[in-house]
Ligand binder design. Structure first.
Ligand SMILES: CC(C)(COP(=O)(O)OP(=O)(O)OC[C@H]1O[C@@H](n2cnc3c(N)ncnc32)[C@H](O)[C@@H]1OP(=O)(O)O)[C@@H](O)C(=O)NCCC(=O)NCCS
Length: 169
């Protein structure tokens, strides 16, 4: 399979925040934002693998700033590393000022998707080669985050987490 770059999976979704999507403070409801992030990440994983993909885990989400009703929200997702059948996908969320157009980052997340066949069985995906400094940093940390996610989901024993142990040696 051809080695791919992160930009080949880049997925950008831009949409408004409507009144029906907000909480009591008239800010975007967290679950609605998570759905948009999941959708963008799923498309990015699909673009990388060209297979059916399923969300295996949401490894990290930080709601650093609230998103007021009426905001224009842009969700940008890119595969940061591909393993055998799984892919780590980084997603960054921005809002833009109505008058100046200036963008502010409000949220980020890290998802894991798995490529599967029609029966739901995991299948191999292309390797990924990072290009930019940020892509290389995200790539380098991905195995550590995968091991942490596997420990938290009870799929790996802490003693087998070589990357995590190396942090303390
Ligand atoms: C994710 C899923 C396909 C894994 O299937 P499985 O038969 O357990 O397969 P494996 O154990 O071989 O895992 C497949 C890959 O997923 C990775 N994986 C599984 N769970 C993971 C987790 N919690 N965090 C990180 N990676 C995970 C494995 O490490 C493996 O990666 P690799 O092939 O790149 O090394 C299966 O659990 C599933 O279908 N889950 C439901 C998905 C779903 O419906 N999502 C939508 C939720 S509404």
């Amino acid at each position: 399979m051809r080695i791919k770059t992160p930009k080949e999976s880049l997925t950008v979704l831009t949409d408004l925040v409507l009144p029906g999507e907000t909480n009591y403070l008239d800010n975007l409801f967290g679950g609605e934002l998570l759905a948009r992030m999941d959708r963008a990440c799923s498309i990015a994983a699909r673009r990388h693998s060209r297979r059916i993909v399923v969300t295996a885990s949401v490894n990290h989400v930080a709601f650093s700033k609230s998103v007021p009703v009426g905001s224009v929200v842009t969700v940008e997702a890119k595969v940061s590393r591909a393993f055998t059948s799984s892919m780590e996908v980084f997603v960054d969320v921005w809002i833009e000022d109505r008058q100046s157009g200036e963008k502010t980052k409000v949220n980020e997340g890290i998802y894991t998707f798995v490529a599967v066949d029609e029966t739901g069985k995991p299948v191999p995906v292309s390797k990924l080669e990072p290009e930019t400094e940020l892509e290389k940093t995200r790539y380098d940390g991905a195995l550590r985050r995968k091991q942490l996610s596997l420990i938290l989901s009870g799929r790996m024993q802490p003693n087998d987490a070589t990357e995590l142990k190396a942090l303390f040696e």
